[in-house]
Design a protein around this ligand. Structure first.
Ligand SMILES: [Zn+2]
Length: 279
């Protein structure tokens, strides 16, 4: 695939990135790390038992984190200049997230890891429903929330997952502590990566690299850190040949990055549009 030709998600941003950035992470990074030994194999490829509960009190709760994320959102939304467009992320309320069902474990992000859902998404109108299904399934495993921090659908729409200062979850043999988990809808062992999805992935990765001080060349696929084929050959190829790293580096050089959370009526309209097949 050719390098990015469109940057519809990356406009001239009056960044509010720092509001939810390192300071917040540092302040919350007090929880106990999830240990890989706690992960066992079950009948599901992504299944694992509930993460161990912290023995020390962590300040990350659903309510607290949501409030802080919303603060970031509000600042980003209100400071975006007319006509500019941030890296738009559909907020949890807009895609219909269930309440967080447990306690998060705090961490500071030091890595970025790319995933796929390993399920072909033929019709992107089903994407918001898929995200709801993932969350519901992950909570049925005893996890507090969607395993990932962000999900990107085939049309390039980005969905807000669990807070970035909370450790993700995995059923595979690595410790996700310190990893920003970005997941693309689709099975890239069986399908190619759509251009819009790739463009948003690059933008999201560039945001993560800037936000957490990670070199683009250090971005990895799930298979680099665990025994899995994730994120699929057709997505992993871009990591293998360095194209994805170069595209991310290019965006970092050229653009200011900030997340603009799309919520409220705008978020609802956006989801409705996706479900109607509009994007
Ligand atoms: Zn994965």
């Amino acid at each position: 695939m050719a390098p990015i030709t469109r940057r519809r998600f990356l406009g001239s941003i009056l960044a509010a990135t720092a509001v939810g950035g390192a300071g917040l992470v540092a302040r919350l990074a007090t929880g106990q790390e999830q240990q890989p030994s706690a992960v066992v194999t079950t009948s599901s490829p992504t299944a694992a038992p509930p993460p161990p509960q912290p023995t020390t009190s962590t300040s990350i709760t659903g309510g607290t984190t949501t409030t802080e994320a919303t603060t970031t959102t509000t600042v980003g939304a209100t400071t975006t200049a007319p006509g500019s467009q941030g890296l738009q992320v559909i907020c949890r309320e807009a895609w219909g997230a269930l309440p967080i069902s447990g306690e998060f474990i705090a961490h500071a992000i030091e890595h970025i890891t790319i995933h796929h859902t390993a399920v072909v998404l033929d019709d992107n109108a089903a994407a918001p429903g898929r995200v709801r299904q993932h969350q519901s399934f992950h909570q049925s495993l005893g996890w507090p929330d969607l395993a990932y921090h962000f999900i990107i659908d085939s049309g390039g729409n980005i969905y807000e997952g669990r807070p970035t200062d909370a450790v993700g979850d995995t059923g595979t043999d690595y410790d996700p502590t310190g990893h920003l988990l970005i997941c693309c809808e689709g099975d890239f062992d069986r399908q190619e990566v759509p251009d819009d999805q790739y463009t948003s992935l690059v933008a999201m990765l560039a945001w993560g690299a800037a936000e957490f001080g990670i070199e683009p060349g250090e971005i990895r696929g799930h298979r680099d850190v665990a025994s899995t084929t994730c994120p699929g050959d057709n997505l992993y190829r871009f990591l293998e040949d360095g194209v994805l790293h170069r595209d991310v580096a290019s965006v970092l050089v050229d653009d200011d990055l900030a997340i603009e959370i799309v919520c409220g009526s705008a978020g609802a309209d956006r989801v409705e549009q996706i479900e109607a097949g509009g994007v």
